[in-house]
Design a protein around this ligand. Structure first.
Ligand code: ZN
Length: 314
């Protein structure tokens, strides 16, 4: 059975495309032609300053200052992992734990949390998907919008979280059963906050949105290309999908935090959405970046998150 989860991976491979760069380039060109006095405009369009607005591998990498800030933000996330009583348990620590029976108090509390938050997570994923589509320049593509509507319908059709002892520290979606998210009991117990739970639910919902035919592949490839450019890491194929799912997870959790202010610091709450990646044993595979590189890619894609982690600690 084909499944999608943190560990299980698709065997299918995709070729990353550079549609976004072409889109931005032609959009810029049209803007030039539409607005203007030809001669001056052509000069502007040909000037080095204008050409820098076109995304390219040469211009997209992080500055040394941005890299240093990003590493500081990772420090905040993983320090909070030790200080916060509601922090998410690191993946490698979860993997080392014995299986947890369905009726254990922590597994039951996690399952109730997941089922309670599922309707909200669906709403947040749909909003985040719309936002990401706009951010990456696909909002005006009729073909993409048709695929997006179908993806949103798949998200809306998810009904249930199924706790499963055998799945241990994984959450999975079996596309033969697209209305159910299967959640290992160790993972349910290890996500001790609403922010952490929403992030992982949103990750799995994004797999469901992409569906059996990778219908959001142009968006997924654009996110992967940008993450590769910014970090210098190899983020293509299945890795692009995993990073996009994690990005949707972080966006959904952030939107939840903004809409439900409380006495805790923004940084502490944001950290919960990604800190299950604060591992000691930092290993990736062909389909997944290592957990710490996953945090790196997410923060590179989302500089607002870096600022909030560093500035809103108190
Ligand atoms: Zn996944």
């Amino acid at each position: 059975m084909k499944s999608y989860s943190r560990k299980d991976a698709k065997t299918q491979r995709r070729t990353a495309k550079k549609n976004l760069e072409l889109c931005v380039f032609f959009a810029s060109l049209r803007l030039c032609v539409r607005n203007l006095f030809l001669t001056s405009l052509i000069l502007i369009c040909m000037s080095p300053a204008f050409s820098q607005t076109k995304p390219s591998r040469a211009h997209a990498s992080l500055s040394p200052e941005a890299k240093a800030l990003l590493e500081d933000a990772i420090g905040v996330v993983c320090t909070q992992a030790k200080l916060d009583p509601k922090s998410s348990v690191a993946i490698d620590e979860m993997q080392a734990r014995p299986s947890l029976p369905l009726h254990s108090p922590d597994a039951r509390a996690g399952a109730e949390r997941a089922q309670r938050l599922l309707p909200l997570a669906k709403e947040l994923v749909i909003n985040s998907l719309n936002q990401l589509s706009t951010d990456y320049g696909f909002a005006n593509s009729r073909n993409f919008n048709l695929r997006l509507r179908q993806a949103i319908a798949r998200v809306n059709s998810v009904k249930r979280v199924r706790p499963d002892m055998e799945s241990r520290d994984n959450a999975s979606v079996y596309l033969s059963r697209p209305h159910v998210i299967t959640f290992g009991t160790i993972f349910l117990a290890g996500l001790r906050s609403d922010e952490g739970m929403i992030s992982v639910l949103a990750h799995e919902l994004m797999h469901i949105a992409d569906g059996d035919n990778d219908s959001l592949r142009v968006l997924v490839a654009a996110v992967g290309n940008k993450a590769s450019d910014l970090t210098g890491l190899d983020i293509h194929g299945q890795r692009s999908e995993e990073v996009t799912c994690d990005l949707i997870g972080a966006m959904a959790a952030r939107a939840y935090i903004v809409s439900s202010p409380d006495y805790e610091s923004i940084a502490r709450r944001l950290a919960r959405s990604i800190q299950h990646n604060c591992v000691d044993l930092d290993e990736g595979d062909e389909d997944h970046l290592s957990p710490r590189n996953t945090i790196r890619a997410l923060l590179a894609l989302n500089p607002g998150l870096v600022r909030e982690l560093i500035n809103d600690r108190f």
